[in-house]
Design a protein around this ligand. Sequence first.
Ligand code: FE2
Length: 361
Amino acid sequence: MRKIISLLMMSLLLILAACGNETSEPAKTNSTTKKEETVTESTESKEVNLYTSRHYDVDDELYANFEKETGIKVNVIKGEADELLERIKREGDATQADLLYTADVGRLSRAKEEGVLQSGSSELLDKQIPKKFQDNDQMWYGLTKRARVIIYNKDKVKPEELSTYEALTEDKWKGRVLIRSSENVYNQSLLASFIDINGEEKAKEWAEGIVANLARNPEGGDRDQAKAIAAGIGDVAIMNTYYYGQMLNSEDPEEVKVAEGLSVFFPNQETTGTHVNISGAGIVKHSKNKDNAIKLLEFLSAPEAQGTFATANFEYPVNPDVEPSDLLKSWGNFKEQDIQLSVLGDNNTKSIMIFNEVGWK
Ligand code: FE2
């Protein structure tokens, strides 16, 4: 009997040790945090736990700099956006997460709707991040900006032939348009912006028109659309700016070659503006280190970090005091859609419905 008990003890210890080995697991906060949960201050805490779906080296460098500057350790858990959201929901008030950092307002709004975020604000955040890129209730903040543009084959398309997203539904583009699946939140947000600007009927007409002009059934990510242009499958693609920037600067010579045959066009400059979206972070409702979470948001939206995002990752700064990188500047200034970005979340369900109705896979 004693043998069995000690065996059980042994295996329990082994399990505990294995859990402890997961280095990405955030360190446990001390048990005195109960009080701090309801009060704002957690002066003792020297850590912040970030759940992120971003996977860029530059992010890790920024967290290390934050740690150096403030002494607050950033514990990072990486994962797929929807999984991280599910995880936070599942963990409930026991969650270690202080911030959920992911791409697209559509996703951040989903997190808000699911009730896993809380409001938080500071004067500095308001100074560094325009209202347009903040949640109305200040539950999430945009940290980097990207434009969803038209990328075209320089040999087959003249920029004069391009004008608007809507014009891509004209007959002359039949069989030439590339864009990824409607399951992707970037496209859901693009259509959500059209619902806000032009109304549901027009948005549906647009989606229908694009489906009619597709070069192939939607497949792959944004980069794959650029590659499909190079492979001669289509001539124009709708994709995010940073992918094009990343491809131009890729370590993979094939990607560079593909990107060099392409050029970027900012649609709707004479009309409603180019669609922009953000990657950003939401403050988790059951955060145990809210003050530190706000400090990290302030750090990431400050000029230095914004400059780093811009140069290393080809994203646009959200902070209006920071210039884009030289490459992005070389593409020129452009007019953005004039909308409050949170509407992209409000219109997300309608957007998915329209995509289903028009048969956009
Ligand atoms: Fe992306």
